[in-house]
Ligand binder design. Structure first.
Ligand SMILES: [Fe+2]
Length: 303
C-alpha cells in the first residue's frame, strides 16, 4: 500500500487521470488538482477551514434556483469571470470591449419594436437608448439580435422580484437591428446597485469588508452570424463605483456619457417628459465564431 506524503499524493492523483480519453479534460483535471493541492500546502489548511469551505460551497449551490445563480456571483466577485473573459479576448482588433455576462441574463426574448418603452410601468428618470452595430470597418450589420437588460430605479433586476414569476419581465428585451444596423428604445435610467447580499457570496463580501456595489450600467449581448458574440455593458459616466466595481467589470471603452436633455421630443420624434437622458453607443463586432451563452435562469413565458 502506498504511504503518500503531502507531495507524493499530488503526483498520484495526477496519475489517476492517465486514461482520460479527452486530452483537454485530462489537462484541466491535472492543472486543477495541482492548483488545489498547492493551495492546501501553502496555507497549511486546517480541518476547520476545509470544513468551512465545504459548507460555503454547499450553501452556494443550495442558494441557486431557476431565478438565482449564486455560483456565477461567486465567480464574478472573485474576478474569475473577468479573467475567463480576458484570456478569451486578448486581441480585440478595435472591436468593442467585453465584460461579464453576470447572473441576471435569462435568455432570448421575442423581438421588441424599436422605440418601445421596456420599463413602461416603472418609476425612474426616463432614458432613450440609441445603438448601432457594425463590423470593424463601420459597415452596418442588419438583422442582428441585440439583447438588453438592466436594473431598475431601486437597483433590482426583474428576476429578483417575486412579481417576475407572475407578471413577466421588465427592463429587458431583444431588438433586431435595422438596415443601417441601428436599434433604439426607451427605458429608465438604471442606478448603481448592490449584488445580492442575502446569500453566502454576500456574507463573504461583507466579511472581508468589501462593498457589494456595481456602477450603473446596461447589459448588451449582440449575436451576429459570422462574428464573435459580444457580451458587454455600457456604464454611465460619473458613477462613483466605476473604480471599485465589485465584479471588476469596468473598462474605459465601455463608459458612456449619458446626457441630460430637456428637448420636448426624443430622437424618434415622439414626445418626451422632460427631463430625460440620452445614451448612445456603437458596437463594433469582431469576425469569428462562437456561441452566445445559454441562459443560467429560465425566461418567463411572455419574455
Ligand atoms: Fe448588471
Amino acid at each position: 500500500m502506498p504511504q503518500f506524503d503531502d507531495t507524493e499524493l499530488t503526483a498520484a492523483v495526477i496519475r489517476s487521470f492517465e486514461e482520460t480519453p479527452d486530452p483537454r479534460v485530462k489537462f484541466l483535471m491535472e492543472e486543477l488538482v495541482k492548483s488545489l493541492h498547492d493551495f492546501v500546502r501553502k496555507t497549511d489548511l486546517t480541518f476547520d477551514e476545509w470544513g468551512a469551505a465545504i459548507d460555503f460551497l454547499t450553501r452556494t449551490g443550495q442558494k441557486c434556483s431557476s431565478t438565482r445563480q449564486e455560483f456565477i456571483l461567486l465567480s464574478d466577485v472573485l474576478g474569475v469571470s473577468m479573467l475567463v473573459d480576458a484570456v478569451n479576448h486578448r486581441d480585440r482588433d478595435g472591436a468593442t470591449e467585453t465584460t461579464v455576462l453576470g447572473p441576471f441574463y435569462v435568455g432570448e426574448h421575442k423581438p421588441t419594436a424599436h422605440g418601445a418603452d421596456i420599463s413602461a410601468d416603472l418609476p425612474g428618470e426616463r432614458m432613450f437608448v440609441q445603438g448601432r452595430v457594425t463590423d470593424l470597418k463601420g459597415k452596418p450589420l442588419a438583422g442582428v439580435p441585440v439583447d438588453v437588460w438592466h436594473a431598475d430605479d431601486d437597483g433590482f433586476y426583474d428576476s429578483q422580484k417575486p412579481s417576475y414569476e407572475t407578471q413577466g419581465s421588465s427592463s429587458r428585451a431583444r431588438f433586431i437591428t435595422d438596415a443601417d444596423g441601428r436599434f433604439f428604445f426607451r427605458t429608465i435610467l438604471p442606478c448603481s446597485y448592490p449584488i445580492p447580499t442575502d446569500g453566502p457570496v454576500g456574507e463573504m463580501i461583507l466579511q472581508v469588508r468589501r462593498h457589494p456595489m456595481r456602477p450603473a450600467h446596461v447589459h448588451f449581448l449582440v449575436d451576429a452570424p459570422g462574428y464573435e458574440p459580444l457580451i458587454t455593458h455600457v456604464f454611465i459616466e460619473g458613477d462613483k463605483y466605476l473604480d471599485s466595481d465589485v465584479v471588476f467589470g469596468v473598462k474605459n471603452d465601455l463608459i458612456a456619457r449619458v446626457e441630460k436633455r430637456t428637448d420636448p421630443v426624443m430622437p424618434d420624434g415622439k414626445p418626451a417628459a422632460a427631463p430625460w437622458h440620452l445614451m448612445r453607443y456603437d458596437f463594433r463586432m469582431k469576425p469569428g465564431k462562437g456561441t452566445a451563452p445559454k441562459p443560467m435562469m429560465a425566461a418567463t413565458e411572455d419574455a
